[in-house]
Design a protein around this ligand. Structure first.
Ligand SMILES: Nc1ncnc2c1ncn2[C@@H]1O[C@H](COP(=O)(O)OP(=O)(O)OP(=O)(O)O)[C@@H](O)[C@H]1O
Ligand SMILES: CC(=O)C(=O)O
Ligand SMILES: [K+]
Ligand SMILES: [Mg+2]
Length: 648
């Protein structure tokens, strides 16, 4: 078996490059950039047989957010496939179609959009409006609401995907170990005025809560704070000074007035520095649960946190009386996420790669159990991607190792801005985005992108500039928080993200302003290296020169990928033309929906590239997504090949 990179030019039907000489050198001039459709020489292919399930699946093609189309007469045989010529049987993906009409073929939006779902957007119609508006990922935040509420949202998104053909992925965000306030007894907000005295306490009050009293979720709160400390709500939206401690009650004077929101995050500062010693940021597990733990441990029972071990997870034997761990509720949420088959789990307040590694093994073990229980096949069972939220000083310290261990990262600027000086947040963002790109992990820029749109229908100029900067940095995705969760204008906020993204992407493409980034090799095996070379070469051919068109006038990159890896390698190069990513499973398709520039489709394909291409051309032409004469570069992880051709 040999591994070859095949480049097609007008003078040759296929060139097999020798091993270790996989540099792409354009062999054609731009004046002669239309190629005949060439056939793939099967004798020199590195071929992986199509899996049984791929060939027995109904022949389906789905676009990013489009309805599935069943093409019963398409075969997966290695012979050139019979393809549908009946365009009427092909339903057009609403979102991609709208964006294609709005922006033209080459100007589809590359930046992906994540919306936090909350009371303002949890209904079916509201979710549908977001999907139509370009939401690629729906985020649910386990800090807020009950599990039942989140379950209902997940079910609605699923129904939306099934009934209306979208591929909206679901991201579950864990509560994490931060200290936060209670839900204000159900009130939407509370106003703290200058000089007022408020009590922060761990005492439970039930319905008879005294005025200006806030419950705190962290048992050690009163012990850890000191008189004179500064208490910041949501990173400084409201500030208090600690003036007195009475048992579990901490009396504070408001020094910076503002609106307290339910479950707002709390940090405390001493002499200008964030207080982090004594594990102040990690809630101790409650005595009740600890007792339960010890009893069960004595019975020799296995524990989820035991299974993943490590001090941060509360290895029970080691920390008898002060078990420090992710709170039990996080584990229950993680189990919930696995059972619901969410696509991403975002982990709040990650401190080290160890946390991510443990969680990934846990998910893998749990997913296998689930697979066995449900009798579902390996291909159907998605492994859930783990997103590391970078929102603490520790996470910045261990940034590279955390991102390397994760499947992606989030620049969680809300809490990050409460832990480092605000003026350092932009450079931290730039660094995180850059490290993610180098390590080939998708990155989301989150929090306060359009904060004023919670209340107003138009953004501030400064917010538009902030969104533009994240797009310019070519982050994979932008995220709405309060704007979509509880704001008055969720659809308008999404429209702003969408239109600013498209405009800035186009501007930078035309101006050729993007600095080239040195991308180190990420793979470890020879086969990985070949995939990287192939993708780099293909993407290079898809780059523009002189602000006009790309080297060869390439209209789109096609990638046929089972795991999604080759698609992400192409995305990482941030080429100028759109990337159509074809994959065989819906879960991989949904996951690819988070990555820059990918238009993910589900398609049953075989290991015969010629038949795959013919089938794809026919389907996409019928949708008006490509036309005869368009120049396509196709790569595939089954054959590790590159093909350059015109759509017939
Ligand atoms: N499921 C929900 N139910 C009620 N309110 C919600 C829900 N999700 C979000 N919200 C509201 O929207 C606001 C912004 O949501 P988001 O989850 O992005 O912020 P956050 O709580 O600051 O995030 P994190 O806790 O991850 O740092 C929250 O402060 C809350 O008021
Ligand atoms: C999103 C989030 O968790 C933050 O900004 O803090
Ligand atoms: K959270
Ligand atoms: Mg946060």
């Amino acid at each position: 078996m040999s591994q070859s990179l095949h480049l097609f030019s007008p003078s040759s039907s296929g060139v097999a490059l020798p091993k270790h000489s996989l540099r792409f050198t354009p062999s054609v001039s731009t004046s002669n950039r239309r190629f005949p459709v060439t056939s793939f020489p099967r004798r020199c292919c590195f071929a992986i047989r199509a899996s049984a399930s791929a060939s027995s699946d109904p022949k389906v093609l789905e676009t990013e957010n489009g309805k599935p189309e069943v093409l019963s007469h398409v075969t997966a045989s290695p012979e050139p496939a019979a393809v549908s010529s009946d365009s009427a049987s092909i339903e057009v993906d609403a979102v991609t179609e709208v964006e294609l009409k709005e922006n033209g073929f080459r100007s589809t939006r590359r930046t992906k959009l994540v919306c936090t779902i909350g009371p303002a957007t949890c209904g079916f119609k509201q979710l549908e409006a977001l999907a139509v508006g370009g939401m690629n990922v729906a985020r649910i935040n386990m800090c807020h609401g009950e599990r039942e509420w989140h379950k209902a949202v997940i079910e609605r998104v699923r129904r939306l995907n099934e009934e209306k053909g979208y591929a909206v992925a679901i991201m579950m965000d864990t509560e994490g170990s931060e200290i936060h306030m209670d839900d204000l007894g159900g009130a939407p907000s509370a106003k703290a005025e200058d000089g007022e005295i408020w009590t922060f306490t761990v005492r439970a009050f039930g319905s008879s809560r005294p005025e200006r009293t806030i419950n705190v979720n962290y048992d050690g709160f009163a012990e850890d704070v000191a008189i004179g400390d500064e208490l910041l709500v949501d990173g400084g939206m409201v500030r208090f000074e600690v003036i007195e401690k009475i048992g579990p009650d901490v009396k504070c004077r408001c020094t910076d007035p503002g609106l307290l929101l339910p479950r707002a995050n709390l940090t405390f500062w001493r002499d200008g520095s964030l207080v982090r010693e004594r594990n102040a940021m990690l809630p101790t597990i409650s005595a009740k649960i600890q007792h339960h733990l010890e009893t069960k441990q004595n019975e020799g029972e296995e524990w989820p946190w035991k299974a993943v071990g490590g001090d941060r997870f509360g290895d029970i034997g080691e920390t008898k009386n002060t078990v420090i761990c992710w709170r039990r509720v996080d584990w229950l949420d993680i189990d919930f996420g696995i059972a619901e088959g969410v696509d991403f789990i975002a982990i709040s307040f990650v401190k080290s790669a160890e946390v991510i590694n443990h969680l990934k093994s846990y998910i893998a073990a749990r997913s296998c159990d689930r697979m066995a229980d449900d009798g579902i096949s390996l291909l159907q069972c998605s492994d859930i991607a783990v997103i590391a939220k970078i929102e603490s000083i520790d996470s910045l310290k261990n940034l590279e190792e955390i991102i390397q261990a994760s499947d992606g990262a989030m620049v969680a600027r809300g809490d990050l801005g409460a832990q480092i000086p605000l003026e350092q947040v932009p450079s931290a963002q730039q660094r995180i985005v850059q490290v993610c790109r180098q390590l080939n992990k998708p990155v989301i820029v989150a929090s306060q992108l359009l904060e004023s749109m919670i209340e107003y229908p138009t953004p501030t100029r400064a917010e538009v500039a902030d969104v533009s900067e994240a797009v310019r940095q070519r982050a994979d995705a932008l995220m709405l928080s309060g704007e979509s969760a509880m704001g008055q204008f969720p659809d308008k906020a999404l429209t702003v993200l969408r239109s600013v993204s498209v405009r800035i992407e186009k501007w930078w493409r035309e101006e050729k302003r993007h600095e080239a980034m040195e991308l180190p090799e990420v793979g470890t095996s020879f086969s990985d290296s070949i995939s990287e070379e192939i993708c780099t070469s293909a993407a290079k051919m898809g780059f523009s020169i002189l602000g006009k068109s790309n080297n060869l006038g390439v209209d789109a990159l096609f990638v046929y990928t089972k795991t999604g890896h080759m698609a992400s390698l192409l995305s990482r190069c941030r080429p100028d033309c759109p990337i159509f990513a074809f994959t065989t499973t819906t879960s991989v398709r949904r996951r690819l929906n988070l990555q820059w520039g990918l238009i993910p489709f589900r398609l049953s394909f075989s290991d015969d590239m010629e038949s795959n291409l013919n089938k794809t051309f026919s389907l996409l032409k019928a949708r008006g997504m490509i036309k005869s004469g368009d120049l396509i570069i196709a790569v595939s992880d089954m054959l590790q090949s590159i093909q350059v051709m015109n759509v017939p």
